[in-house]
Ligand binder design. Structure first.
Ligand code: IVH
Length: 679
């Protein structure tokens, strides 16, 4: 930069610093103190102004700017880094007696010392370590195997409770450890959105938090509103920290970390047990998950004296809460019919309080599940809720069964509870199915819902109510009927004319647009049993068009990668059903895509098989694989005689190279690959 522009940029730099400081402060007040000092619009305006300036003057943009919280940078890969201080785990126990033993042993070993314990929550999330130098966040790493973890710095920066720059006094070099948790409220909202989008919901907040930290798109991570709970601080030799754990966390709070207030200094086992007791009951009122209590010796100078076992310190222990279990009467069993005809038994229970919510229903999975517990009418069932959000039936409270007056066992129905058709159970499968696909209401609606869903035909404006409406009016019985809908049939539909002119136009337009949806998604939308998104893609690539697929035998179908015998049979049966063939023909006539189109540039790589390894400049690994496929090539997982090229990125392991050399497989760089594709 020349002198002139350096002088010129000073006011800009000043404005950017002021904005960043103000935004940091507002964030802090909002996330740490629950205080909004300005309106959302004002806040957004400041953030946008800073973003604009950063785009205009990238040289002046700080890597710790609050704009980084929004994400947007893409993690090409998650670099493996060695922990400066190994991330130890804690010995843990479900038994109060073992906590008593821990306390007695500690007292014996520290005979003559004055000391105390700290009790705090054990956060149920993902452990990470944050390195700060000169008050600035420089790196965030997952626990990994304790010695080596993944660098997730970009994603960590999007978590509002992770300070990017520290406040007040701080050690010049240290590591802050804590747990990234997905607060219940945010998790629920996120899972609801996933379901609305047709994605599988996450089983629990911990898995979801872990998945979020490994997202390639940091903007996606930013949307999830994760939270960081700090619980530990350590520094290299020569950097002084307070000499109690309590004091360290207190200092951390002043630096701007979110340190939960639920920490108590305890003098003896009685106080420890009271703390455990309290949180065992009160834990469900917390806004995030906790799975136990961590007890640490408070005086850090005593830690060395107590030492370490193989992988955990002797100065701390975790008490784990037992999954909460209650028993409640079974009132009745519903049998739900899904879009594939699968019948799932669901228990209606006498409402019971469990883990912070009222449980009224729980799945009984299938006939085998009911038989394995030997569930009878009127039984009391044990229900458990651990880290999982969904309550589970774990047994029958046989003590509550009235002797002699025992009621009959739950008998799985022989007929479909909705349409009355005789249920079938395929050999080797646990589920019962209703075979009356075309005459059974939930199956018809379920198939329509699946067909229009985002990952299938993505037809907007056709939620379950609309579909019911169209079905009720006799306009739609199957997916092909959708494309016969006419404007005059739609306008004024519904008791209070739910569909108006504009709604009808939008719907017809959405149907028109869906005719461009690629063949593989059309196949997925048809809803063949066991054919998910990936399976549909594999079928589409392999058979190329619908006619070849319709002509395929069961044996040919089983040739397709990842299509097993069971799927091949189901697909073959589906394709050979005359009714399904008629629907496919009507969809073809309507103009839906019925052949596989090589997207993008075409087929330069036709007939070539690549193995991809290492880290790349321009692409993430998934992106480069997609790129190969888009250009007609195939991607294989391991090197064999059939491999055409080993596409080697940086940091490729030596074994891959050796194997390629041994088999005479040519090794090419990303640059050479690009030249190959671009000619
Ligand atoms: S202290 C050397 N405190 O539980 C001691 N750990 O197996 C460092 N955890 O890996 C850990 N809440 O991820 C500590 N308040 C808390 C914690 C906590 C959750 C996790 C941590 C650790 C595991 C113990």
């Amino acid at each position: 930069m020349d002198l002139f522009s350096a002088v010129d940029s000073e006011p800009i730099r000043h404005e950017m610093e002021q904005l960043a400081e103000r935004i940091d402060q507002l964030n802090y007040e909002y996330y740490m103190n629950d205080r909004s000092l300005v309106s959302d619009q004002e806040f957004d305006a400041m953030l946008r102004r800073l973003q604009d300036l950063e785009t205009q003057y990238p040289d002046l943009a700080s890597p710790l700017s609050p704009t980084k919280r929004v994400g947007g940078e893409v993690n090409k890969s998650f670099r493996q880094v060695e922990h400066r201080f190994p991330m130890l785990s804690l010995s843990n126990t479900y038994s109060i007696e073992e906590i008593e033993e821990f306390e007695a042993r500690t007292r014996r070993l520290l005979d003559g010392e004055v000391f105390s314990y700290t009790c705090e929550l054990k956060y149920d999330g993902v452990a990470i370590g944050l390195t700060y130098r000169h008050g600035q966040l420089v790196q965030a790493v997952t626990r990994g195997n304790g010695a080596v973890g993944d660098d997730i710095t970009l994603n960590a920066k999007t978590i509002p409770t992770i300070p990017l720059r520290l406040r007040g006094d701080y050690p010049d070099d240290f590591e802050a450890r804590g747990e990234v948790v997905f607060p219940y409220k945010e998790f629920d909202a996120f899972n609801r959105q996933r379901e609305a989008d047709g994605d599988e919901p996450f089983a629990n907040p911990r898995n979801a938090a872990s998945g979020s930290l490994k997202l390639q798109d940091s903007a996606e991570c930013a949307k999830r509103r994760l939270m960081f709970c700090m619980y530990f601080m350590m520094a290299p030799d020569g950097i002084a920290l307070p000499d109690t754990h309590y004091g360290r966390l207190d200092w951390a709070r002043q630096m701007g970390f979110k340190v939960q207030p639920y920490i108590k200094e305890c003098r003896d086992i009685t106080e420890i047990k009271a703390f455990i007791d309290h949180w065992d009951r009160a834990r469900w009122e917390l806004p995030f998950g906790t799975d136990g209590i961590v007890i640490k010796v408070n005086q850090t100078s005593l830690w060395d004296r107590l030492g370490l076992t193989a992988k955990s310190p002797r100065w701390a222990i975790a008490y784990k809460f037992k999954a909460e279990r209650v028993s409640t009467p079974l009132l009745s069993v519903d049998y739900q019919v899904g879009r594939t005809g699968k019948v799932t038994p669901v228990a209606n229970l006498a409402p019971v309080h469990l883990g912070g919510t009222t449980v009224r229903r729980a799945t009984l999975v299938n006939a085998d599940f009911i038989a394995s517990f030997d569930i009878h009418q009127g039984d009391h069932l044990f229900i458990e809720k651990g880290g999982e959000i969904i309550p589970k039936v774990v047994g029958v409270d046989t003590d509550k069964r009235t002797v002699g007056g025992e009621q009959p066992a739950i008998a799985f129905p022989r007929r479909c509870p909705v349409c009355g058709a005789e249920l079938v159970r395929v050999e080797g499968e646990a589920a019962h199915y209703c075979p009356n696909g075309d005459g059974c209401h939930p199956q018809i609606i379920g198939r329509l819902e699946h067909f229009v869903s985002r990952k299938a035909m993505n037809i907007e404006g056709l939620g379950p109510e609309r579909l019911e409406l169209l079905y009720g009016a006799g306009l739609v019985r199957n997916v092909a009927d959708l494309y016969d809908l006419r404007r005059e049939q739609l306008v004024g539909l519904g008791t209070d004319a739910t569909i108006q002119d504009k709604g009808a136009d939008n719907l017809l337009q959405a149907l028109e647009t869906s005719k461009e949806v690629p063949f593989e998604r059309v196949l997925f939308a048809l809803g063949m049993r066991y054919v998910g998104e990936v399976g549909a893609k594999k079928l589409a690539r392999y058979f190329k068009d619908i006619d070849t697929l319709l002509a395929a035998s069961e044996e040919e179908l089983a040739q397709v990668e990842d299509v097993g015998a069971v799927t091949a049979k189901a697909v073959s049966e589906w394709l050979n059903d005359p009714h399904h063939r008629a629907i496919v023909e009507r969809l073809r006539a309507a103009g839906l895509q019925m052949s596989f189109r090589q997207t993008a540039a075409g087929s330069q790589l036709e007939g070539l098989t690549f193995v991809v390894s290492g880290v790349f400049e321009r692409f993430s690994r998934d992106e480069i694989k997609a790129h190969i496929e888009q250009h007609g090539g195939k991607v294989a997982g391991s090197i064999s005689g059939k491999t055409s090229y080993l596409l080697a990125g940086e940091k490729m392991g030596p074994e891959k190279r050796k194997k390629a050399e041994k088999l005479g497989v040519k090794i090419i760089s990303e640059q050479e690959y690009m030249e190959m594709v671009e000619g």
